[in-house]
Ligand binder design. Structure first.
Ligand code: 2AM
Ligand code: CA
Length: 267
């Protein structure tokens, strides 16, 4: 299967996002707080499934917008994890910080990922064992501590239950890092670790299609991404995510553990 063809398909999908003219009637509410889907999410996902099926007819699709794969889980062969617009809330308000994210797993193991930010014209890509790239330039993460770098965090409204824990983590990160940021697109914030812009990232609940592609890109660039207990991020259900340069990752893991301990004592 040609990775270059897949990259071109993801780039084409990004062009749909870039040329979008969002109207009020294109926006629909999904279940839960602040959870929206637009006709563009659906259009881009349909485009990706159609084109990727031509490249790999036996593939299973696990997408942000309901797909057959969501019901059956990760396939035995090739599974594509599709987030047609990561950063949908940003898209709704024309923040111009959203991307198309496509991860590829083979027999349950992430093997490749493409994250395209059409606003910045940044294509992050990686194939397991072959390195990570930004617009064709090889990415190798320089180690950095959080006191010398930006730490991004995600706090999507659908995870209201994690608000107190997240607030405590953010306070600690604010006091320990050079700066904190909340970008609104997990895939972009994760890829910015590979690109050397972010030292680390934390979000307490993400779906596999939010981080699948970026996980390969970070690892191939020399960074780390796991759950807070150090176990691998999951492909068959949502999980919390910590990522970073080697040092920043350990520091954020420690901060998470400290907060966890404190919250346990409060109960
Ligand atoms: P989205 O824009 O594709 O929904 C922001 O904290 C991150 O959380 C974004 O990557 C966002 O992806 C994700 N997110 C927000 N609401 C979500 C939901 N209901 N399910 C999965 N991911 C969500
Ligand atoms: Ca998403």
């Amino acid at each position: 299967m040609s990775q270059k063809i897949i990259e071109e398909i993801v780039r084409e999908a990004g062009k749909i996002l870039l040329s979008a003219h969002l109207q009020r009637e294109d926006i629909h509410k999904k279940t839960g707080p602040a959870n929206f889907v637009t006709d563009y999410d659906l259009r881009i996902q349909t485009f990706l499934i159609e084109k990727l099926s031509e490249v790999c007819p036996s593939a299973v699709f696990f997408g942000e917008e309901d797909t057959e794969g969501n019901k059956h889980g990760v396939g035995e062969g090739i599974t594509f994890f599709i987030d047609p617009i990561d950063g949908t809330t940003n898209f709704l308000f024309d923040y111009r910080n959203s991307c198309v994210s496509v991860g590829m797993a083979d027999h349950g193991l992430m093997t490749a990922g493409w994250v395209f930010d059409p606003y910045a014209d940044r294509m992050y890509s990686a194939v397991r064992g072959e390195g990570a790239f930004l617009n064709g330039r090889r990415l190798l993460i320089e180690d950095r501590s959080i006191d010398d770098g930006i730490v991004a965090f995600g706090c999507a409204r659908y995870n209201d239950g994690g608000a107190a824990r997240m607030a405590a983590i953010v306070e600690k990160l604010f006091l320990s890092s050079l700066a904190i940021r909340n970008g609104g697109s997990a895939a972009i914030d994760l890829c910015r670790i590979a690109g050397g812009n972010n030292a680390g990232y934390i979000e307490l609940l993400l779906q596999p299609y939010d981080y699948a592609a970026a996980s390969v890109i970070i690892e191939e660039a020399g960074g780390l991404i796991t759950q807070p207990d150090g176990t691998p991020v999951t492909l068959n259900r949502p999980c919390p995510v910590i990522a970073g340069t080697k040092t920043a990752y350990q520091e954020i893991l420690r901060i998470y553990a400290e907060i966890e301990k404190g919250m346990g004592q409060e109960c």
